[in-house]
Ligand binder design. Structure first.
Ligand SMILES: [Zn+2]
Length: 275
C-alpha cells in the first residue's frame, strides 16, 4: 500500500477563516492544498481530502475524516492573521507535540517555505486544536504566511508553485519518499519503500458508526450535536436520505464502537451502531 496523506484545507463554507480586504483564508488554503495534493499524487502518494470545494465541516469532522481515511499523516492548511492587520509576517507550523514525524515534517516544510520567501516563525506546540488532538496519526497544521500582510500575500501569489512544491517536498523528504522526477530525467524503476506506520491499517473497509439520533429538522440535529460536543464527544452530522444523522466516531473495530456506545449510554443517550 502506498503511503497515504490526509490533506485538510482549513475552514470552508460558512467559515471563511481569516479575512483581509475581501481575501478569504478558506479560498487560499483550498487552492494551495489541492496543488500540494496533486504533487503528492504525482509522486505516488495516496491522498485523501477533507474537502475539495467550498463546504463547511467541524474540526471534529475533519479529524474524523482523516482518521477514517487510514492516512499515515494529516496535514492541515491555514493562513495566519493578527488582531492588528499587518503586524506580523512569516510561516509557522503547529504540532501537538514537537517530536517525531510532525517535528520533522514541520522543519522540512519551514525550510522550504523560507526558501520561497516567508520568514520562518518556527514550530509551535498547541494542545487544544482539534485537528491535532483528535487525529490518530501524526499531524501538522501549516500557517502559510499572514493573509493580513500584503507582503506575505505577494509571496503567496507570486511564488505559489514553489510554495506548493516546497510543502510537498518537505512532506516527502520527511517520510523517506522523493518527488516525482521531472519528465525529462527518465525517473527510477524502483519506488522507495515508504515507512509503515506502527499500527497496520485494518484490511476491511467497514466502519462502525455510533448513531445518537436522526432528524428531519436541521436545528434539532445541531442542538444534539452541540450538546455532544460540549460533553467532549467527537460528534458530527451526516446528511443522508433527507435525514440529519448525528453520529459519534467511526470505528474500524466493532469493539471500539461498542466502547463508545457504552460511554454515551452512561450519559443517557440512546444509541445504535450502524455501518
Ligand atoms: Zn485557519
Amino acid at each position: 500500500m502506498a503511503y497515504k496523506v490526509a490533506i485538510d484545507p482549513g475552514h470552508g463554507g460558512r467559515d471563511p477563516g481569516a479575512v483581509y480586504e475581501g481575501r478569504q483564508e478558506k479560498d487560499d488554503v483550498l487552492e494551495l492544498a489541492l496543488a500540494v495534493g496533486q504533487i503528492l499524487e504525482d509522486s505516488g502518494v495516496d491522498v485523501a481530502y477533507t474537502r475539495v470545494d467550498d463546504v463547511y465541516n467541524t474540526p471534529f469532522e475533519k479529524a474524523t475524516m482523516g482518521n477514517n481515511s487510514g492516512a499515515d499523516l494529516f496535514v492541515s492548511f491555514h493562513r495566519n492573521a493578527m488582531p492588528t492587520p499587518g503586524s506580523a509576517n512569516g510561516a509557522e507550523v503547529l504540532v501537538y507535540s514537537d517530536e517525531g514525524l510532525p517535528a520533522q515534517v514541520a522543519r522540512n516544510v519551514l525550510t522550504e517555505l523560507s526558501e520561497a520567501g516567508f520568514a520562518d516563525r518556527g514550530v509551535i506546540e498547541r494542545k487544544n486544536l482539534v485537528v491535532l488532538r483528535r487525529t490518530q496519526m501524526p499531524a501538522v497544521l501549516l500557517e502559510v504566511g499572514f493573509i493580513d500582510n500584503p507582503e506575505d500575500n505577494q509571496i503567496f501569489d507570486s511564488e505559489f508553485e514553489q510554495i506548493a512544491q516546497g510543502i510537498a517536498d518537505g512532506i516527502l523528504e520527511s517520510v523517506g519518499l522523493e518527488s516525482a522526477p521531472a519528465p525529462d530525467t527518465g525517473g527510477t524503476e524502483q519506488q522507495p519503500q515508504p515507512p509503515r506506520p506502527e499500527q497496520e491499517a485494518p484490511e476491511q473497509e467497514t466502519l462502525y458508526r455510533v448513531q445518537v439520533g436522526a432528524y428531519r429538522e436541521r436545528n434539532n440535529a445541531y442542538d444534539m450535536l452541540n450538546q455532544l460536543l460540549a460533553e467532549g464527544f467527537p460528534a458530527f452530522i451526516l446528511y443522508d436520505d433527507n435525514l440529519y444523522r448525528v453520529q459519534v466516531g467511526a470505528f474500524a473495530r466493532l469493539e471500539n464502537a461498542i466502547r463508545m456506545e457504552r460511554s454515551l449510554r452512561q450519559y443517557g443517550y440512546n444509541t445504535y451502531i450502524t455501518t
